[in-house]
Design a protein. Sequence first.
Length: 118
Amino acid sequence: VQLQASGGGLVQAGGSLRLSCAASRRTSSNYVMGWFRQAPGKEREFVASINYGGSSTDYADSVKGRFTISRDNAKNTVYLQMNSLKPEDTAVYFCAARFLIATTWGSWGQGTLVTVSS
């Protein structure tokens, strides 16, 4: 499945952004969707994930309580609502997909840049 991320931009600290990730086709109930980010000079890190029905979500400790992942399966789209943004959230954000039983993420979007100014 091909993924297209969008919604990045420049925002002041304390502000909000919503990222979207559109899949090229309908993803089955066997797919888990996720968001990752990579800050300048750092390794890519996990941000959040969600199962097909939305009943199971997981977040990195650094974003818990501030970010919310959701999905609209009818639109083949996953969202990342980011609130109370901090300068340390500045990064390129990537969406990804993996099979439910897989340990690696097999599909990646191209990334969208989020810049949080202080």
